[in-house]
Design a protein around this ligand. Sequence first.
Ligand code: COA
Length: 436
Amino acid sequence: MNFRKMYKERLTTAEEAVKLIKSGDNVIFANAVAEPSVLVDAMVANKKNYKDVTISHCVSIGKGEYALPENKEHFNLRCWFAGVSTREAINQGYGDFVPMFLHQIPLNIRKGIIDVDVLMVMVSPPDENGYCSTGVSSDYTMEAARQAKVILVEVNDQMPYVCGDTLIHISEIDKLIETSYQLPEIKCPVIGAVEATIGKHCASLIEDGSTLQIGIGAVPDAVVAQLKDKKNLGIHSEMISSGILDLYKTGAIDGSEKGIDKGKLVGSFIMGNKNLYDFVNHNPDVLLKPADYVNHPMVIAQNTKMVSINACLQVDFLGQVVSDTIGTNQFSGVGGQVDFVRGVAMSLDGLGKAIIAIASTTTLKNGKMISKIVPYIDHGAAVTTSRHDVDYIVTEYGIAEMKGKSLKERARALINIAHPNFRNELTKEYEKRFNI
Ligand code: COA
């Protein structure tokens, strides 16, 4: 059948489309910017007709109304990454968090560990062959599309058409609605003096010809801003951000020395500003692939001089890195941090570096400044990157290399890059802990 005919047959309203969701279904939202907000709103508006619909997603930048306490008999939150709209539900106990490495989400969908009754995703208008692009999200979205019993899509004429594994044919879609709105933009973080200094330290570890993964947060973006004088960099990163585009425009990135996917900006999802969304549209230099490729440590290991740059919330004397919890509270998720730390360690050329870059302190809402380098992680906090995996920790006060260092050596190296206001206190704790 002609795909245009199929398109018309599937075209409906959001209110009608969400009627395909049934009580007890597992509904997966496409990741981050590919979440179809009009369909999600219609689903929440139709809540009286649902009982126990489970909602799963990774990064969510939507309103998250399904996760409000008054909706708990209709929806169960079961997500792999916490965000502004879902933290409260998880931390108050009426929502759930499932720890999972990003590269394993598609694998677990394939294995049936994650059931997909319904996938909800935003896509581009179809091409001349009837294929819509999931645009800014390949990660787990494409595997969910392959396994879903029902696919509901929002065809947004502003969703870019991105090369790689992002295509869903009209025939695979059950219901579609048409929308036209600008994709959510993520503001570029403010890069202050501290972040710029951290960026410079990290830049000193990055050689020309390196392939980079750039994580989420202000500090990884600050690092990118310090790389403008580098040459022949490559990108193999779970997330492609606006910072990467800015660097690309300087000419520092050409992908010419990459071990795999030479010349391509490789990512599994895209999140940034409108310039970035315009840039990736029909751009053959950009390759979006699922997370079980991009984030698989054995794939990461094939890159040349692979450097991963991620942030965290706390590091203890042993080099244990806490990136997704604050005490017992779930703050974010592991995403691809450990995928990349491990892939880098497995680098076939033996030249990989895994950097965890942080400001040495943070200021709490009550105005109190605290050290991110601590003797012991907070009670109830979860280790994201283990002491066995950790490689480089960087703050505005320098670089602490962890691999090969004993516990005492690690603690001393970390105290040296802690904020000076906390070094005496940390040294006393060091002496106590190690019976010095
Ligand atoms: N104790 C208590 N609060 C802390 C804290 C600590 N040790 N460290 C940070 N915070 C607070 C900050 O004060 C800030 O509070 P605010 O929102 O009130 O200002 C908040 O936590 C966020 O801290 P910040 O350092 O600004 O976070 P960020 O936006 O730069 O993100 C991570 C940092 C670690 C949360 C983020 O990188 C992440 O989620 N990482 C895990 C996933 C990952 O690395 N994926 C890989 C690539 S995509």
